[in-house]
Design a protein around this ligand. Structure first.
Ligand code: SF4
Ligand code: SF4
Ligand code: SF4
Length: 251
């Protein structure tokens, strides 16, 4: 409630969270900082009558994209704890590791969903913090995982998803972080009827993800949060982005 608290606000390429996820839990008027994808999640919540437009003051941030630490770890062969500093300078990202500087093109280290971003500037806002950013989507780089899956035969793809979803521990982080997953009672918690078993068998994990994807179809803004938070690195965006594209084509 103290306005000097705003001095503690930080915006940088590591502030990942899509804050729209919290809007349905807050009563009364609230201010929210929103990147391009977050602002579209807010619009979707308003369209679903989950949020009243007049109750939110949107501070829009034209977004240069978020840095995927996993990609930097892979490129530097170092754990994120071993990296001294990471800075973005224009279209370059510089990682300091062991006293040495390593330079990468931003396209090498941004999250896949940011590589595909067509609307980095919020579409809905009350105050825009900064100049609008032109979109520069790189669909080929962003869609490598999905393209790889499409090259497989149906049997191979089935096996691949079986392997991936066998690792799911059903922590529900992917659901909880998603602004489009706003049901007060999720179907996975229903007991009459019980749609899926509580134990994380791959078959039930598959049903969870398929039904979740159907429920968020048309609401998902490709914010990438579900994939980012998965503790076992299941490539969930290969499902959500494919659904996003199908919905985009059909409607
Ligand atoms: S998809 Fe990425 S680049 Fe686009 S607004 Fe969201 S966080 Fe920013
Ligand atoms: S975040 Fe990952 S491990 Fe957790 S429920 Fe979702 S897919 Fe499963
Ligand atoms: S399904 Fe994933 S990518 Fe889509 S809105 Fe939810 S958290 Fe974001």
């Amino acid at each position: 409630k103290d306005k000097t608290d705003t001095e503690r606000l930080v915006i940088n390429p590591f502030i990942f969270n899509n804050l729209a996820d919290f809007l349905t839990e807050i009563k009364g008027r609230v201010g929210i900082v929103a990147k391009g994808c977050d602002s579209r999640s807010i619009v979707s919540l308003i369209q679903d009558n989950k949020v009243v437009r007049e109750d939110v003051v949107i501070l829009g941030v034209p977004c240069p994209g978020l840095i995927d630490l996993a990609k930097i770890e892979e490129l530097t062969a170092k754990d994120r704890d071993e990296l001294d500093e990471i800075t973005r300078q224009g279209e370059k990202v510089i990682a300091k590791v062991g006293g040495q500087k390593k330079e990468f093109a931003a396209n090498q280290v941004l999250f896949d969903h940011c590589l595909a971003c067509e609307l980095p500037t919020p579409q809905e806002y009350d105050i825009l913090l900064g100049e609008p950013r032109p979109p520069a989507p790189n669909m080929e780089a962003s869609g490598k995982n999905i393209a790889g899956l499409k090259e497989l035969t149906s049997a191979e793809r089935w096996e691949s998803w079986q392997n991936e979803l066998s690792r799911c521990i059903r922590c529900y982080a992917c659901r909880n972080v998603c602004p489009a997953c706003f049901c007060q009672r999720c179907f996975v918690e229903e007991t009459e009827p019980q749609w899926i078993m509580p134990m994380p068998r791959w078959q039930d994990n598959l049903i969870f993800q398929i039904v979740r994807n159907i429920h968020v179809a048309g609401r998902c803004t490709d914010c990438g949060e579900c994939e980012r938070v998965c503790p076992v690195n299941i490539p969930l965006r290969s499902l959500t982005r494919e659904m996003y594209d199908i919905v985009g084509e059909l409607f």
